[in-house]
Write a protein that binds this ligand. Sequence first.
Ligand code: NAP
Length: 282
Amino acid sequence: MRYSLGLIGHPVSHSLSPRLHKAALAYHALDGDYQLFDIAPADLENRFLEFIEQDFKGLNVTIPHKQAVLSLLHSLDDNARSIGAVNTIRFDDGILSGNNTDVFGFTQALKDIFARNELRGANAVVVGAGGAARACLLGMAELGLSKVFIYARHPEKANQLLESLQFAHQEPFLAMNISVLTSLDKEAIASCSLLVNATPLGQSDPSLPDWYCHLLSLLRANAFVYDLVYAIGKDTPTVLKARSLGLKASDGTAMLLYQAAQSFKIWTGLDVPLTCLMAALN
Ligand code: NAP
């Protein structure tokens, strides 16, 4: 069997996914390739017909298609259905199933940082209200957090996210209280054990806006900052800023590796060691 795999998005050229999945294919000596496909939204449907014709086995999905692909798929896993966003598609003889491995990537990365049950009952703040924020919120519910505040530069988008989250109305997620912060509420932020940056802040421009630095400065001394942005061989601006404030912090590399390993397993049924993926990044 040949594994024709790839990433669809717009743009995609910055992606590290080819390195990871080519290393995974090589690790298992599988015949296949992982290519980047920059697809404009208007071309999405036609390109899917081509992927099926060309016997593709799997695709990753990134901005801006994570929600748009939903209507092209035959089935969704629970995570993708709950948060309304897909980052992994498996092809089975023209039947397309959608998954969201960002949730697994996020929870596994946090499990490596925090002791078992340490986050249970804790509060957190998520910065951003896009697709990754959705995955983090579901991951936080799985980890048993008690209260999560969403802070977004456009609070109306955070409110839309909250309204659209099916899981906010279902067990076991009812146990987690999610609300939108419309201002930098000192008391709420100081109650948080964790801040997650789910925006691209610091990704292409190292300077961080004043409001964001102020938000970080309102965290209590033992809070942890998890930055979904990743940088290979150096610290991200968010991690540097958090550490300068005396906070513990990590970038999103581990989440990237875990979500990739999970996608690869969905396509091939095979596990790939994180060390193999990490080596491919260096
Ligand atoms: P997205 O759906 O486009 O959402 C981005 C969010 O960030 C939106 O809320 C957006 O607000 C906000 N934002 C964008 N630029 C901003 C700025 N300059 N200041 C403040 N807020 C800003 O993207 P996503 O898929 O959620 O991804 C977010 C980040 O997470 C990206 O950097 C992505 O690479 C990273 N990520 C990492 C992993 C990993 O494995 N480590 C996985 C997924 C995503 P508006 O709606 O107002 O534009």
